[in-house]
Design a protein around this ligand. Structure first.
Ligand code: PMP
Length: 428
């Protein structure tokens, strides 16, 4: 047998790049084996270095909501590129994008564009601290908010894979102000505010968590966060980098009918290029430089090529019926996989919210980090590899949510379920 080109590339990559990858979860460390090196992508598919085609359920970890290489997005990028790649001076397209975000997310009155979700949450946190003059922040176990120092405490996803609840290199002094509580636990957050309400700058939460598999917040939990933050003058930050424009056109805030004070966005708003954003109440946002004392900046912020991809994506997702179709595809997948597992006698369930889904090797969907960790990860790993062999690429870790695009039509979903039916019979 000839050696796989993926193996050859992985060996080569490891010589010059730590672990052979530029973002840890790509490395297959959790599931074992060789990462697939992708050569091209189109619609719901991508192809690896051996020319093998996969149905892609990570969609670049969220951004590829209109499918890969959508012709309109590609054209917008090409057109923008011919006019220049980056100016370091403002453009009208940035105003268009800000106006569009403010229109789509009612709690956002002003917004600043940045280049990654990490920057968005890090800056929102700084703003919350700057605006309140308080240091303490509250986050929830298993929620990932990017890799800023004070947020790398009991974060999900890649960190779970590597068993690092806290990253090395983060001084204790930086995280001593970070209080980590259980997701969906109202009693704990009430107690925290009762004990130190006047010291808490902000509560940051993924309102639909996608970094400890998919876990939905209960409405009561988010309502309690909203109420407590208002009562105690703390800033409520919704990290919608993943769930924004994903669980619905107006994100989790519309889904739950709750307004955050600040919101972090990313992924979908860049359509596959680096655009993220944070925004919210104007009285808070006006505390940002150059108006206020909270500093934040970026050489490539509002980059014209990236903004062109993002704006075109935001236009496409507003087509009539887009989210109904997206949600129906994710639901069809979740229900089909659950039924196939049941037929085979495998303990498994799946759930979805808009275009996000979770696969759980447990009898019921988890409500928090501890429940998620109790799932059968060894079985997931076998499932993952067998599905990969069948040409279906799920997220390479049991801790990750999955994503469908609008190009994942019934035929694509049904082919996935058919492959899973075969695989489940070997897992019983
Ligand atoms: N917040 C959430 C909820 C995320 O899912 C992510 C990335 N997966 C981030 C923040 C960080 O975004 P980025 O990787 O663009 O820095």
């Amino acid at each position: 047998m000839t050696e796989s080109k993926n193996d050859i590339l992985f060996a080569r990559a490891q010589k010059t790049t730590p672990g052979g990858v530029n973002s840890p979860v790509r490395a297959f460390r959790s599931v074992g084996g060789t990462p697939r090196f992708i050569t091209r992508a189109e619609g719901p598919y991508f192809w690896d270095a051996d020319g093998k085609r996969y149905i892609d359920y990570i969609g670049s970890w969220g951004p590829a909501i209109v499918g890969h290489a959508h012709p309109e997005v590609v054209k917008a990028v090409q057109d923008a590129a011919t006019r220049g790649l980056s100016f370091g001076a403002p453009t009208e397209a940035e105003i268009d994008m800000a106006e569009e975000i403010c229109r789509l997310v009612p709690s956002i009155e002003q917004v600043r564009l940045v280049s990654s979700g990490t920057e968005a949450t890090m800056s929102a946190l700084r703003l919350a601290r700057g605006a309140t003059g308080r240091d303490k922040i509250v986050k929830f176990e298993g929620c990932y908010h990017g890799h800023a120092d004070s947020l790398l405490v009991k974060a999900g996803s890649g960190l779970l894979t590597f068993g690092n609840p806290t990253s090395a290199g983060v001084p204790e002094d930086f995280v001593k102000h970070t209080l980590v509580l259980d997701y969906n636990n109202i009693a704990q957050i009430e107690e925290a505010f009762a004990n130190m309400g006047d010291e808490i700058a902000c509560v940051i939460v993924e309102p639909v968590a996608g970094n400890m598999n998919l876990i939905k917040a209960t409405p009561e939990f988010l309502q309690a966060l909203r109420r407590l933050c208002t009562e105690h003058g703390a800033v409520l930050i919704f990290d919608e980098v993943m769930c924004g424009f994903r669980v619905g056109l107006k994100g989790a805030q519309e889904l739950y009918g709750i307004q955050a004070d600040l919101t972090a966005l990313g992924k979908v708003i860049g359509g596959g290029l680096p655009v993220a954003a944070f925004g919210g109440r104007a009285d808070l946002m006006e505390k940002m430089a150059p108006l206020g004392a909270v500093y934040q900046a970026g050489t490539l912020s509002g980059n014209p090529v990236a903004v062109a991809a993002g704006m075109t994506t935001l236009k496409l997702i507003q087509q009539p019926g887009f989210y109904d179709k997206l949600a129906a595809s994710a639901k069809r997948l979740a229900e089909g996989l659950t039924a196939a597992a049941k037929e085979a006698g495998v303990t498994f369930c799946a759930d979805s919210e808009g275009g996000m889904f979770g696969l759980y090797f447990s009898a019921t969907p988890p409500n928090n980090y501890a429940e998620m960790m109790a799932g059968d990860r060894a079985k997931f790993n076998v499932f993952f590899h067998k599905m990969l062999d069948e040409g279906v690429y799920f997220a390479p870790a049991a801790f990750e949510a999955g994503f469908v695009s609008i190009q994942h039509d019934d035929a694509v979903i049904d082919a996935t379920i058919e492959a899973a039916r075969k695989v489940f019979t070997t897992l019983g």
